[in-house]
Design a protein around this ligand. Structure first.
Ligand SMILES: Cc1cc2nc3c(=O)[nH]c(=O)nc-3n(C[C@H](O)[C@H](O)[C@H](O)COP(=O)(O)OP(=O)(O)OC[C@H]3O[C@@H](n4cnc5c(N)ncnc54)[C@H](O)[C@@H]3O)c2cc1C
Ligand code: SF4
Length: 338
């Protein structure tokens, strides 16, 4: 047992003040990831700053027609919120594909964004891992890498980001609102998570003294043509081998706008603007989707045990886009199950 101090933040300014004063402290929200990492001795915060009672639990409409989701809204509440189920069913589907009901009740919106990789070497302190101990090497590159990345990998780390919710937020062009000692700022979702590069210890572009206060969704929710498909080893309670969030706007049978994000394949939710642009103006048909899958996966690289993910990703992209186009999202959350 490693000793740590505990403090409860009374408001956002207090939380920022506490973390800025002690860089080795950590915020705790639902605790579903942080406590596991502490039990495994991977995270060793000197102080837990409890933010779970801060008033960041609202889902409010913005003047721009979107929604602002407080960082402490539990994943379950968010998935079943009427405005999310009605206007952003892609997000509801992705959330409900993750974890279990009990975990979703505890897990917070902000914590979901900051959950750490499920690479088993990262959790095993007996093995080298550049993310846990920079410079120690990566055990996965020549090890058991079935779960690992095929896109945007580096020689330092081939871990994946495990979140389902974040794949949908990437496709929806969300923004992350944060507060720190020098004030508040908003980060585009595409810039929030990082590729591993040569600093795999840094998952996100968030200062150590900053707190996530909210996630903002733009007005466009793609509630007609969307699909979230998660391929995993078991039907529930397993992380994605590959997942895809697709959102389309159709003009007749022609694609007017396309969003496509992948999970389970990279260090961050993966979006490829060139592939999305290539879909615009194309007929919403299988051959267009096959071409875009080839384009998106042009630089994919497999390792000893995960090369199968390249073909799996190809088929997942085609199926997800086909389901979105047909308005058959195969979703438990949306209202348009046909
Ligand atoms: C068995 C199991 C299965 C799971 N399966 C899935 C799955 O299939 N799909 C999926 O997407 N997820 C899955 N999860 C992960 C789960 O969704 C995350 O653990 C959860 O979302 C984290 O939220 P939390 O509030 O509990 O975070 P915590 O554990 O409290 O915190 C996580 C990290 O975020 C930081 N933090 C939290 N809130 C803030 C904030 N507002 N500002 C700044 N920093 C903050 C903490 O300091 C910590 O570093 C699973 C988890 C478990 C244990
Ligand atoms: S893939 Fe990343 S997290 Fe996993 S062992 Fe290598 S450096 Fe560590």
């Amino acid at each position: 047992m490693i000793n740590f101090q505990y403090a409860r933040a009374s408001n956002v300014a207090d939380a920022v003040r506490l973390i800025a004063a002690e860089p080795t402290a950590k915020f705790i929200a639902g605790g579903t990831n942080l406590i596991d990492l502490m039990k495994e001795n991977v995270e060793r915060p000197t102080r837990l700053i409890d933010i779970s009672r801060l008033p960041l639990t609202g889902v409010e409409e913005t003047t721009g027609g979107g929604l602002r989701i407080g960082a402490l809204v539990p994943n379950s509440d968010l998935a079943y919120h009427p405005l999310i189920a009605e206007r952003y069913p892609l997000l509801a589907s992705a959330i409900l594909a993750g974890a279990s009901a009990q975990l979703r009740n505890m897990a917070s919106t902000g914590g979901n964004l900051l959950q750490r990789t499920r690479c088993h070497y990262f959790y095993d302190t007996a093995t080298p891992c550049n993310k846990r101990t920079p410079g120690s090497s990566c055990s996965a590159i020549n090890g058991l890498n079935r779960q690992h990345a095929i896109l945007g990998t580096s020689d330092a780390c081939i871990a994946t980001h495990p979140s389902d919710m974040c794949v949908a937020l990437a496709a929806l062009d969300a923004k992350v609102h944060v507060a720190g000692p020098s004030g508040a700022r908003a980060i585009d979702f595409a810039d929030f998570h990082r590729l591993a590069g040569d600093t795999p210890q840094r998952d996100v572009n968030l200062g150590a003294d900053e707190i996530i206060t909210a996630v903002e969704l733009p007005a466009k929710g793609f509630a007609e043509h969307y699909s979230y498909l998660k391929i995993r080893d078991r039907l529930s309670y397993a992380f994605a081998l590959v997942s895809a969030a697709a959102a389309l706007e159709l003009d007749g049978d022609t694609i007017a706008e396309a969003r496509l994000a992948l999970g389970g394949v990279a260090h961050k939710p993966w979006r490829d603007r060139e592939a999305e642009a290539a879909l615009r103006g194309q007929p919403a048909r299988r051959d267009s989707f096959v071409r875009v899958a080839e384009l998106l996966l042009r630089d994919a690289k497999g390792f000893a045990h995960n090369a199968f993910k390249i073909d799996l990703a190809r088929r997942t992209i085609v199926r997800t886009l086909s389901q979105a186009a047909a308005a058959t999202p195969q979703s438990q959350a949306g209202k348009k199950i046909r």
